[in-house]
Write a protein that binds this ligand. Sequence first.
Ligand code: FRU
Length: 499
Amino acid sequence: MISELLKQARDFEARYMPFIPDSERPAFHVSGGIGWINDPNGFSVYKGEYHLFFQYHPYSVKWGPMHWGHVKTKDFIRWERLPVALAPDTEYDRNGCFSGSAVELPDGRHLLMYTGVHRMRRDDGVMEEYQTQCMAVGDGTDYEKYEGNPVLTAKDLPEGGSALDFRDPKFWQEEDGTFRCVVGNRTADGSGAILLYESRDGFHWQYAGTVDSCRNEYGRMWECPDFFPLDGKQVLLTSPQEMLALGLEFHAGYGSICLIGDWNSKTRKFSRERVQSIDYGIDFYAPQTLKTPDGRRIMIAWMQNWTNTNCLPPNARFFGEMTLPRELSVKNGRLVQNPVRELENYRCSRVAYQDVLVTGETNMPGLRGRIMDMTVSVRPAGNSYRWFKLNVAKDGEHVTTVRYKPECSTVRVDRSRCGIRYDVVHVRDFLVRPQGGAVKFRVVMDRHSLELFVNDGEQAATFILYTPESADSVSFEADGAVLVDVEKYDLNFEGGNNV
Ligand code: FRU
């Protein structure tokens, strides 16, 4: 049964989405049909395809009562749009269907778990927003909310846990059939914790411990957790609000961090060993992962930062897009990420140069573009150099720069001159592993986004650009002398489906 609200959202999409031409959308990144999107939700394998839902407000380019939009793909690159999956149409989620996750049940149903939000006025007149966890069951297109909703409420919280900040369940099924779930919560000290719940059938849940707590060390509330084994370690992802900057590792504001350690599933103890940022760019939040049938752990995130959500390009009819799905691994105790290998199937028009001596600024014929996958390897030519810059999305007025300084082994991304007319963050610096002046950048661009992977994915830095698409030059610049290898591909999606 489809509710009035869900029907309204589906009709609205069908009526107005066709007015947005494909050429305004990213070519291979997921964007919303129309209106606003934020966090990726329900990233899961279902009947041999990858499904992705997202926080969605179709009616405007601003955040509003949250629906779940829905797309699917066979290869993480070409996506097919599906009808809106959830609307805030019940008593317990009337103010929003917030973030959550999905699992394919052994009986072939697709089970969603999400946060239902309802506002209530306290006795003293103050409005408060209560958050509970809810389920919905479907067939890959239509979803029915579970009659036993909500399945987790204030009574399932540990002592001191807040019923107002209790959200973003990420669940999975273990090999022995048990379902486990992690949920973000605010504790009595005002900062976040990740709670663990267990279930035998995926519908009835019990509190099973606290995986880790912030203790006011990495921001305050911890949103959008994910928790999985990878390369012999256990990884906890979360997106803290109100971070304080720390060195070049953590920037202030909304961050996304990765806690790497060990997990004892019998004692349910997570021992944290390392904490790092997941992405060192500007626009990256709320990542979520799935495991593919061939064993890869793939992560996707919202390619935005909450602080920048007023920075709309002129006449925007949709706002927000997802990152490219990325393959994760843990190497030397750190999270490593690279674009899904499926992207390589779309490469065409190879242009390559080797051992090009760069002193001052150089262009190389054939190197331009805004939908491209380009790898640039740099090493000193003789003595050391002071800096190397890769300039992209460039014309007389615009340029976006990735700079490497060997002396301090820092990379700087700088979009100050990309055409954004807002006074927000445009520059970020981060540390990379020193390699005697050598550095390798892989830059994936899709019209108005840039995803940078440094030294085979040891660091990633992601951000949005509003540069006109006609600004498509690439140049290389050095203070000193460097030798550069470049391999650049256009990406061809002919016959593909842009969403
Ligand atoms: C993170 C978040 C989630 C919440 C959702 C609401 O970006 O704040 O915690 O579920 O967005 O749209």
